[in-house]
Design a protein around this ligand. Sequence first.
Ligand SMILES: *[C@@H]1O[C@H](CO)[C@@H](O)[C@H](O)[C@H]1NC(C)=O
Ligand SMILES: *[C@@H]1O[C@H](CO)[C@@H](O)[C@H](O)[C@H]1NC(C)=O
Ligand SMILES: *[C@@H]1O[C@H](CO)[C@@H](O)[C@H](O)[C@H]1NC(C)=O
Ligand SMILES: *[C@@H]1O[C@H](CO)[C@@H](O)[C@H](O)[C@H]1NC(C)=O
Ligand SMILES: *[C@@H]1O[C@H](CO)[C@@H](O)[C@H](O)[C@H]1NC(C)=O
Ligand SMILES: *[C@@H]1O[C@H](CO)[C@@H](O)[C@H](O)[C@H]1NC(C)=O
Ligand SMILES: *[C@@H]1O[C@H](CO)[C@@H](O)[C@H](O)[C@H]1NC(C)=O
Ligand SMILES: *[C@@H]1O[C@H](CO)[C@@H](O)[C@H](O)[C@H]1NC(C)=O
Ligand SMILES: *[C@@H]1O[C@H](CO)[C@@H](O)[C@H](O)[C@H]1NC(C)=O
Ligand SMILES: *[C@@H]1O[C@H](CO)[C@@H](O)[C@H](O)[C@H]1NC(C)=O
Ligand SMILES: *[C@@H]1O[C@H](CO)[C@@H](O)[C@H](O)[C@H]1NC(C)=O
Length: 507
Amino acid sequence: MRSTPLLRSLAAVAVSASGCQAATNATINSQVRLAYAGDSGMVVSWNTFQHLDQPTVKFGLSPGNLSETVSSDVSVTYATSLTYNNHVKITGLKPDTTYYYAPVGLLKDNTTTLPYSFRTSRAAGDTTPYSIAVVVDMGTMGAQGLTTSAGKGISPNNILKKGENNTIDSLTAVLDSYEFLWHPGDIAYADYWLKEEIQGFLPNTTIADGVKVYESILNDYYDELTPVTTTKPYMVGPGNHESNCDNGGTTDSSKNITYTVDICMPGQTNFTGYRNHFRMPSTESGGTGNFWYSFDHGMVHYVQLDTETDLGHGYIGNDEIGGSEGDDSGPFNQLMNAQTNWLAADLASVDRTITPWVIVAGHRPWYLSHANASGTICWTCKDVFEPLLMQYGVDLVLSGHSHVYQRNAPLANGVVDPNELNNPTAPWYITNGAAGHYDGLDSLQVPYQTYQRFGLDTTNATFGWSRLTFHNCTHLTHDFVASNNGTVLDTATLYKDHECNPEPVCG
Ligand SMILES: *[C@@H]1O[C@H](CO)[C@@H](O)[C@H](O)[C@H]1NC(C)=O
Ligand SMILES: *[C@@H]1O[C@H](CO)[C@@H](O)[C@H](O)[C@H]1NC(C)=O
Ligand SMILES: *[C@@H]1O[C@H](CO)[C@@H](O)[C@H](O)[C@H]1NC(C)=O
Ligand SMILES: *[C@@H]1O[C@H](CO)[C@@H](O)[C@H](O)[C@H]1NC(C)=O
Ligand SMILES: *[C@@H]1O[C@H](CO)[C@@H](O)[C@H](O)[C@H]1NC(C)=O
Ligand SMILES: *[C@@H]1O[C@H](CO)[C@@H](O)[C@H](O)[C@H]1NC(C)=O
Ligand SMILES: *[C@@H]1O[C@H](CO)[C@@H](O)[C@H](O)[C@H]1NC(C)=O
Ligand SMILES: *[C@@H]1O[C@H](CO)[C@@H](O)[C@H](O)[C@H]1NC(C)=O
Ligand SMILES: *[C@@H]1O[C@H](CO)[C@@H](O)[C@H](O)[C@H]1NC(C)=O
Ligand SMILES: *[C@@H]1O[C@H](CO)[C@@H](O)[C@H](O)[C@H]1NC(C)=O
Ligand SMILES: *[C@@H]1O[C@H](CO)[C@@H](O)[C@H](O)[C@H]1NC(C)=O
């Protein structure tokens, strides 16, 4: 729905004396973050208040000898941002090697200690077992997001209990147990600011000042995740909550107002913050921006898809103009069917004797125990992606968007693979959108889909993340880890009769 001039003028006079909780120079840290950049590269990104002519990272093989220096000229910002995003790509690194590093010009941060360190990805074909962590739908924790209280009408099952560890705590507690963090969309939930105000959780401010609350939530989130992102690559994908400032339309029913994307400042539309903040390896993989890309790591080829825009084939993406979300974003590639053409070529180029595992993530699911509504279940995504995922024998498809945990059987065109997890032909599907954000969890629809094998939703009141463990070329385990205590509440192992690489590649 488009807002009329009348609604917009009503919004403009919504004034209150309460201040917003905008982040200030005193509270923002540099939000240092890492991303794999091909087999021998790493992007180091961090924020500063000033533009840097030459963002610079010092690094080396020992903490006391950061003898190498790399610089770039990438220091970017956008309207409404308090900071500049600096990005430096380091290339020519050795695989599976720990480097120590320090970006130059960091903001004050008393939660981490320099130099930081990262480990490069294992060479493709390295058969060493390892684990990764996956979260979808993770928002800021604490005073502006998920905490022990919420606004009007929020179920106690959708907030934290007193003293309960949240997902960022949990990921921090077991930092050494995973090699990178994958986050396929819905990052921070800054676009919840208006909902949080309307529900009385955040102090009411004006629509005009809302930009500051949005930025504050975004900065809060990136600050909080720093203990993880300074040392583990943080690979991200687009979700609908990255696209604009008010979740594509927020209703204040007491005032009979539905706000639309029209209230958003230019810096808070069209995935602008997301595009500035990250540098995913699309250059290395022929993808598009932070929207779709792939990378290898040991036995695995990882593919990030964009379920929000650029579906091609005549479909309007959910977050595009005319799409289900009212987000008016994208497209990000002007070529016809750019994403699926890329996906077909990318999957066709995988040498399964080198990387026997192919894991795909996209924000929205299409196999879910949920009402058959277009907004939650992405039928168009199924149409454009599933045939390719089947054709190229993708092993596992991860998603979120719905704030539930649902492990399914392997499926092809809605039909359960009779082999289940014992060497199926069809891809295995898992949705885990239970990482947590302001107002928490959703419901699975009863009766569950016959292909569902395990589920957790708001009735179980449990937040959690996914751990994938690649044991060898034939066995992959998925665990649902409860954030409150680190317990595994669901575990399942997929067996695939992959042809194994006979000669392990050594770094
Ligand atoms: C803030 O409060 C004013 C005055 O009570 C009200 O008109 C306005 O709708 C409120 N704004 C929001 C975003 O809740
Ligand atoms: C933050 O500090 C820089 C100078 O260090 C200043 O230019 C900028 O205006 C400050 N921003 C805010 C929001 O205080
Ligand atoms: C520091 O590292 C560089 C290359 O990585 C090396 O050439 C140099 O000798 C090292 N210096 C010390 C003091 O270890
Ligand atoms: C970091 O500094 C802030 C502001 O000075 C303080 O409130 C906070 O407790 C400190 N945190 C730690 C972990 O020392
Ligand atoms: C909770 O999180 C903290 C911070 O990461 C960690 O030290 C602690 O071990 C965690 N507790 C549990 C029960 O997981
Ligand atoms: C709410 O606003 C719409 C116009 O946007 C109007 O048609 C409707 O009558 C209003 N409802 C109430 C209860 O005021
Ligand atoms: C969003 O940004 C992309 C890339 O700059 C641009 O091509 C597209 O037209 C923009 N979409 C909207 C709705 O502004
Ligand atoms: C759900 O909606 C899709 C797309 O509109 C349709 O193809 C499908 O048949 C529907 N399924 C059910 C069970 O209603
Ligand atoms: C989750 O809650 C539902 C509804 O109470 C219950 O049927 C189900 O057994 C619970 N699942 C687990 C794993 O506890
Ligand atoms: C692969 O890993 C699984 C799970 O740990 C184990 O049961 C199996 O024996 C391993 N296969 C080989 C060939 O080592
Ligand atoms: C850990 O938390 C989960 C979810 O709240 C609960 O079901 C489980 O019993 C807890 N396990 C332990 C060992 O406390």
